[in-house]
Design a protein around this ligand. Structure first.
Ligand SMILES: Cc1cc2nc3c(=O)[nH]c(=O)nc-3n(C[C@H](O)[C@H](O)[C@H](O)COP(=O)(O)O)c2cc1C
Length: 236
């Protein structure tokens, strides 16, 4: 199983340790190979809003040298793991910078066909609050990229460091990870037999209808035309 991890922060703290628990658990089912990116180290530059990705193509992004390896690893992955601690009620700024750069991959622009066959896992830890909001920020991008199955793990660890997380809390986390990792493995194993989520499919159809009358962005329109998506073909 190929796993691409996008770490929302660089610390080997609670979030990183939860991710490690998932990887160790998944390894019990299958051989895994993990490619990791760490924010903000691997995508250090903010989106400057030049619109080049939308209007000229993503390789015209001034930061494409940082974005390209992440995109390639996302395309390769059987499982995308996206992690973040809660900062000021949401994901880290570093992760948001990456997600901004990947806006061109939203269904409203040029979604990658491969995403419609992938699974993702979001991992969020927080001292106490904000985990739902941070998770939603991540799942928004993943679902608008077209990802087929999205799992979410959240934990209020009530600590600044993993070492300070109470043993009972760690035991609870481990139990949840075991349960969820099993589900993730079985989902990936049976991916082609699982139906595409109805609402995400509906969103795709709405976007296809919008692209049919698209006379404002030839690159987006060409993407949809070339794949036959304007003539009823679907990526899922
Ligand atoms: C800059 C910063 C902002 C934070 N904001 C929040 C917050 O809004 N709500 C909250 O409950 N915890 C907040 N925390 C606590 C972290 O979310 C929590 O300790 C998390 O588990 C740390 O993850 P890590 O060990 O992977 O770094 C914040 C921590 C930092 C460093």
């Amino acid at each position: 199983m190929k796993i691409t991890v996008i770490n929302g922060n660089a610390r080997h703290g609670s979030t990183w340790n939860c991710k490690e628990l998932f990887c160790k658990e998944l390894e019990k089912y299958d051989q895994i190979s993990v490619t990791e990116f760490v924010m903000p180290k691997d995508t250090p530059t903010q989106c400057v809003g030049c619109f080049n990705c939308f209007n000229k193509g993503e390789n015209n992004c001034p930061h494409y040298e940082y974005i390209r390896p992440v995109v390639e690893a996302l395309e390769e992955a059987d499982l995308i793991i996206m992690t973040s601690p809660v900062y000021a009620g949401d994901i880290t700024g570093g992760l948001k910078v990456l997600l901004d750069h990947l806006s061109y991959r939203w269904m409203s622009h040029r979604p990658s066909p491969k995403m419609f066959h992938k699974a993702a896992l979001t991992i969020v830890t927080t001292a106490g609050a904000g985990k739902k909001h941070a998770t939603k920020t991540m799942t928004n991008s993943l679902s608008f990229w077209g990802v087929k199955r999205i799992f979410s793990f959240q934990s209020s660890v009530a600590a600044m460091r993993w070492e300070d997380v109470k043993p009972e809390k760690k035991a609870k986390i481990e139990k949840l990870v075991v349960k969820q990792a099993k589900k993730i493995y079985h989902t990936i194993h049976n991916m082609e037999r699982i139906s595409y989520p109805f609402l995400r499919g509906l969103l795709f159809k709405i976007m296809a209808a919008m692209q049919k009358s698209n006379n404002w962005n030839p690159i987006d329109r060409k993407h949809w035309e070339e794949k036959g998506w304007l003539n009823g073909a679907k990526p899922y």
